[in-house]
Design a protein around this ligand. Sequence first.
Ligand SMILES: CC(C)(COP(=O)(O)OP(=O)(O)OC[C@H]1O[C@@H](n2cnc3c(N)ncnc32)[C@H](O)[C@@H]1OP(=O)(O)O)[C@@H](O)C(=O)NCCC(=O)NCCS
Length: 178
Amino acid sequence: MKTARLTLRPLNTADASRIAVLGGDWDVARMTGRIPYPYTAEQALHWVSDLAEGEVVFGIEHAGSLIGICGFSPDGNGSAEIGYWIGRPFWGQGFATEASQALMSYGFNKAGVKRFTCCHFTDNTQSARVARKLGFRSLGPCTGWSEARNAHLPTQTYERHRPWTSALKSTAMKALAS
Ligand SMILES: CC(C)(COP(=O)(O)OP(=O)(O)OC[C@H]1O[C@@H](n2cnc3c(N)ncnc32)[C@H](O)[C@@H]1OP(=O)(O)O)[C@@H](O)C(=O)NCCC(=O)NCCS
């Protein structure tokens, strides 16, 4: 998938060492639920090779290099939780927003997602901003697990429903395919 500046592509095992370096940065890992700290290339390789059934994950490439990851996990009932991270050298250039917009279009138009949810730790002001730019509305506070911080932390949750234009597109695509 292409955007103005980015390519979203499947991950492969050759990405593991770069994922470990960029994702293993404390300021990235501590804001995610699942990245441990420290994060070794072996752990990243294991994660890339053993993605959960149904999980949709893309590497985010800019100018030919992997700069981050985004994806979503469908719950089987039309909802999917979105996640994203960008390597620290590439923050503040709109990349998380641009990649996630493309990911959500894909989810709404091609993957049958009717509702996206997202959440971030309350101390993650950048991600709060990204969620707002993506059109999410707040559902309020809860608690989430941080593997890197080895703790349950205050978290904000959000949702965004499929726009009616995406619902029409999705129905039209199914009709064309049948
Ligand atoms: C959150 C993250 C993905 C944002 O990536 P990014 O590519 O820099 O995001 P964008 O550039 O699209 O948007 C960042 C927004 O945060 C704003 N921002 C940056 N630092 C900020 C701060 N300290 N406080 C508030 N807002 C801040 C930017 O100005 C920008 O908003 P704007 O476009 O209105 O100016 C990135 O910081 C990251 O990977 N962090 C660690 C992992 C993580 O938090 N993942 C998400 C878990 S929910």
